[in-house]
Structure formats: structure tokens, C-alpha cells
Design a protein around this ligand. Structure first.
Ligand code: GLA
Length: 521
């Protein structure tokens, strides 16, 4: 990857607290609160409108549009938010609809990316709903998601305004499992074979390609890719069988003058390939829409819920990828998100982050210790820091002690600095027990952050922690962090010098102890 790494996104999103009940008035109040209560200054730059900012219909040009009743200024809201110092994020889905049944971007990637870029959007959260027909296929498993290619009969090529020339399947050069049977060409599915047609084009330009096929009753749309000299086109075959035995589908293609080889193949072995394709399409569309030097870059936040292991493929085009289902404001849910993220360390790269989901700090009935632990862990894990709580509570004239403490958690610059550190590396869990985990995060300049997490319901006291031994457990630090160390606890402000070890640290239930360690030698 040759892009300059960016730190994890920091911002606020409408979803966790407000769900579908959002409006321009609310968003403006939140935006002002983010500024007035010091959140923008602390680094929370993005304001993301999650699901339900859209109207349920595209406009006459096929463009997504704001729900004009809820957002009377429509996209005019974006410059207003920019003027407050905020970057604006929007939400869409890689399916036909979003999770709240608004229009999704599938099949509209180019026009949507272009619309977002033109509006000045700087973050796209891209969800994974309505991907397959949920009525017939509620489980989304690979087995139930074959995406096969039907038997192919011929391809036809026509220049605009000219008659089609047909090339029957028998003329194709077949490889792998590809074979000709009475009803057409079989064996292209699941990357098992391909068929190459050599065709002649009188001149370079756009041509209409038709693909004839034998129909059969199918639960899903079926698919084939057409490779032509390094370019890939996609063709989809409808689900129903229709009234006749054969059908044809169309794609516009570019040909060179003279001989062109059209290779038909289908790399999709199941839902994983399909998912990659959907997200790659939007990633490419965003790249194209923001290619000019005057365009604002759009951070691409993939929200695929971990169904097809996005950590194995999303780093190529996304800034972050959700690794599991939605978080909720319960300690158990926060621990489940943490567990998944901590185990996915090998997949994180600078600029591309595991996303255990948005912050629940300040929502529901988490204790202060739980809020502090949740926030510390997300910082250690280099997770996107996206607030979900109603930040208007932080602007009241007279803050309660609890509200002040929550504000202190969310705006603690030293803890945020761990998340945004310019080595861009997520913490490694170097010890794990029933009650306690120990995490280490390498920092720019040779330092490291140490986080001791008490997962249990009882207070824990840790015996002596020899720091250089701990440092040796992380190969990214080993050899550098030999100490002695200066340390500072960013939550309590306590500090120490010339430390070889930390002694008898007490940690309350569901809480953390956090240290920034700097080698003195
Ligand atoms: C999914 C996502 C959530 C939120 C909703 C909106 O559940 O995981 O974060 O975006 O959709 O409908």
C-alpha cells in the first residue's frame, strides 16, 4: 500500500443514541455541542450521518437525496457543518437497501461516489444489508450463496447502430473445468474454468456485448465476469426462469481495433468473493470520484459485521472494517468487541484498522470504570473513536459530577494520543488470564503504552510487573524497550522515574490501569 497512513477516524455518529430519529435541527445542535464542549478541539473531526439521512427514493437522475422533510437544507447542511470545523460523513449500504430499508448503493456506486464527492463528504460508512434476498435466504452462509454462472450459449458483439455478430460457445477456447454440453457452456462457476473468445473489432470503441444463456429456476442472480485486456466487466443473469428456455444479458465494453480476447470466468466461490467485489466497487468508485487534486479524500469505513472476514481483504481499499455485530452499552458486549479486535492484531496495518464498533461511553448504564476501560481499550486497539452519546449534555451550565467525569474520559488528550500515535499500530495482548489481560502498544519514538485490564467482577492486585520483561513479549518493541522507564498514568496523572518494574497495582472490577512508558536509556 503506498498511501500515507492516516490515524483512526475520530468523530461522532447519529446511530447509537438516536437511530432513525434524526433531523437537521438535532444535527446542528450536536455540531455546536461538539465545538462548544471541546470535542472538535480534542480531535473529534467527523460528524457522521448514519442511516436515515436519505429519502426513500432517488431523484429523477437516479441520485441519492436527503430526506427533505427532516433535512430542509439537504446537502446545504454540509458546508454549514464544515464552517463549524467538522468533516461530514454519510452512510450507505453495499446492498439494494440499507439496514433501515433506505436506498442502498449497490449498482449505483459510481453515481453515489460522485454525489458524495460533489457534496464535500469526507467519510463513507458502508454497510452490508439486503445483500441477498432475505426472504429466501435469511442465513447468509456460503453454502446458500453460490452465485453460479448459467450454461452459456454464445456471445454477440455489436457496434452502436450495427447488427450483432454472434460467436457460438463452440468457438471458445476452454480451460479448467469449462466444458460444452447440449444446453451450453458449463464449468465456469467458483473459479474452476474459463472460456476465451477471440473476436474482431473493426475499430476501437464501445461495443454492446450480449451473452446468451440457458435459463433455469434460480434462487439468486447468477454472474459472470468478462476480462478484456486487463479490464473486467460484470454481467448478471436474473433469478427467474421466465417463459422461454433461453435468454440474453447485455454489457457495454471497450474494444481495441483488430483481435480482442474476451475471457469469461466466475471467481466467486461464495459470499466472501461477492462481498469483496461489492466493497471493491465502492472503493474504486470513491477513488475515481476523488481523483482530482481539488477533491477532498473520502475515508472508507466498511461495516460488513465481520461476516466474510473483511480483515483479510479490506486493508487494500478501506480505512477501517467492522469486525463483528453491533455493539451495545453493556459490559458483556464491550468485552466481546474487545476480544474480537485483540485477536485480529495481525491484520491491522498503519492506516487500516480493525473496527470493534462505535463508542458507547456515556450511553446507558455503564459505570464510570467501564466507560474508562472501554475508552482505554479502543485507544490501545487503534480503533476508530466514534462517539455515539448525546453530547449536548456536556454543554449544560452546571455539569453533574458524572457528566464531568465522562467528559474527562472522552477528551483526555493523553489517552487519545495513544490512539492517534503516528506509528499507527494496534496493541498486542501479551498476557491473558481469566481476570486480567495485559496489552502493549508501541509508540512513535520508542515508548509504549501498557494497559492492564480487569475483566472480572472483583478487584485485582497485580504482583510486581518487570517492565523490560513485558516489553520483550512484543516483537515490535523487543530490544528497544529495555528501560529503565519514565512512566505516567494518563488517568490519574501519577508519574514515576527510573522504574524497572511497576509494583502492586490495584485495579477495580471492569476497570483498567494505563501507563505511558518511555525508556530513559
Ligand atoms: C447496522 C450497522 C449500525 C448502523 C445500522 C443503521 O446495524 O452495523 O452501525 O449503521 O446498521 O441501520
Amino acid at each position: 500500500m503506498n498511501r500515507t497512513p492516516l490515524p483512526p477516524v475520530m468523530g461522532w455518529s447519529t446511530w447509537n443514541q438516536f437511530r432513525q430519529n434524526i433531523s437537521e435541527a438535532l444535527v446542528l445542535e450536536i455540531a455546536h455541542a461538539l465545538v462548544d464542549a471541546g470535542f472538535t478541539k480534542a480531535g473529534y473531526q467527523y460528524l457522521n450521518l448514519d442511516d436515515c439521512w436519505q429519502a426513500t427514493r432517488r431523484d429523477t437522475q437516479g441520485r441519492l437525496q436527503f430526506d427533505a422533510g427532516l433535512f430542509p437544507s439537504r446537502e446545504g447542511l454540509i458546508p454549514t457543518l464544515n464552517a463549524l470545523g467538522l468533516k461530514v460523513g454519510l452512510y450507505s449500504s453495499a446492498g439494494a437497501l440499507t439496514c433501515e430499508d433506505m436506498p442502498g448503493s449497490y449498482g449505483h456506486e459510481a453515481i453515489d461516489a460522485e454525489t458524495f464527492a460533489r457534496w464535500g463528504v469526507e467519510l463513507l460508512k458502508y454497510d452490508y444489508c439486503h445483500i441477498v434476498d432475505m426472504a429466501t435466504d435469511p442465513h447468509h452462509t456460503d453454502d446458500s450463496f453460490p452465485t453460479h454462472t448459467p450454461p452459456l450459449l454464445y456471445i454477440g458483439i455489436a457496434a452502436d447502430g450495427a447488427l450483432e455478430t454472434q460467436y457460438p460457445a463452440a468457438q471458445a477456447k476452454l480451460s479448467g473445468a469449462a466444458r460444452l454440453e447440449a444446453d451450453g457452456l458449463h464449468g465456469l462457476s467458483c473459479g474452476q474454468g474459463n472460456a476465451a473468445f477471440a473476436i474482431q473489432a473493426p475499430s476501437a470503441g464501445t461495443y454492446h456485448l450480449s451473452i446468451g444463456y440457458t435459463k433455469s429456476l434460480a434462487l439468486h442472480e447468477r454472474y459472470v465476469e468478462i476480462g478484456i485486456g486487463g479490464k473486467t466487466y460484470e454481467a448478471w443473469f436474473p433469478r427467474s426462469s421466465g417463459w422461454s428456455d433461453t435468454g440474453r444479458v447485455h454489457v457495454d465494453i471497450q474494444l481495441e481495433a483488430g483481435e480482442n480476447v474476451l475471457t469469461l470466468y466466475n471467481p466467486m466461490r461464495g459470499q466472501r468473493e461477492d462481498s469483496i467485489r461489492r466493497y471493491r466497487r465502492m472503493g474504486d468508485a470513491l477513488k475515481a470520484a476523488t481523483a482530482s487534486s481539488s477533491a477532498k479524500p473520502i475515508a472508507f469505513s466498511i461495516c460488513e459485521h465481520g461476516r466474510t472476514q473483511p480483515w483479510t481483504w479490506a486493508g487494500r481499499f478501506a480505512s477501517s472494517w467492522r469486525i463483528g455485530p453491533d455493539i451495545s452499552a453493556r459490559w458483556g458486549s464491550i468485552m466481546a468487541c474487545y476480544e474480537r479486535a485483540v485477536s485480529l492484531l495481525p491484520y491491522q496495518q498503519p492506516g487500516a484498522y480493525n473496527d470493534p464498533d462505535m463508542l458507547e461511553v456515556g450511553i446507558g448504564s455503564l459505570t464510570l470504570a467501564e466507560n474508562r476501560a472501554h475508552f482505554s481499550l479502543w485507544c490501545m486497539l487503534s480503533a476508530p473513536l466514534v462517539l455515539g452519546c448525546d453530547v449536548r449534555r456536556f454543554t449544560a451550565a452546571d455539569l453533574s459530577e458524572e457528566t464531568r467525569a465522562l467528559h474527562g474520559i472522552l477528551t483526555n488528550g493523553e489517552v487519545i494520543a495513544l490512539n492517534q500515535d503516528a506509528l499507527y499500530l494496534q496493541a498486542k495482548r501479551i498476557q491473558s488470564g481469566e481476570a486480567m489481560d495485559v496489552l502493549l502498544k508501541p509508540l512513535l519514538g520508542g515508548g509504549m503504552a501498557l494497559c492492564l485490564l480487569n475483566k472480572s467482577d472483583t478487584a485485582q492486585t497485580l504482583p510486581t510487573l518487570p517492565l523490560s520483561t513485558l516489553a520483550q513479549a512484543d516483537e515490535r518493541i523487543a530490544g528497544k524497550g529495555l528501560g529503565p522507564f519514565r512512566w505516567r498514568n494518563p488517568w490519574t496523572g501519577e508519574t514515576g522515574e527510573h522504574a524497572q518494574a511497576l509494583e502492586s497495582i490495584q485495579i477495580a472490577p471492569h476497570d483498567v490501569a494505563l501507563f505511558r512508558l518511555t525508556p530513559e536509556a
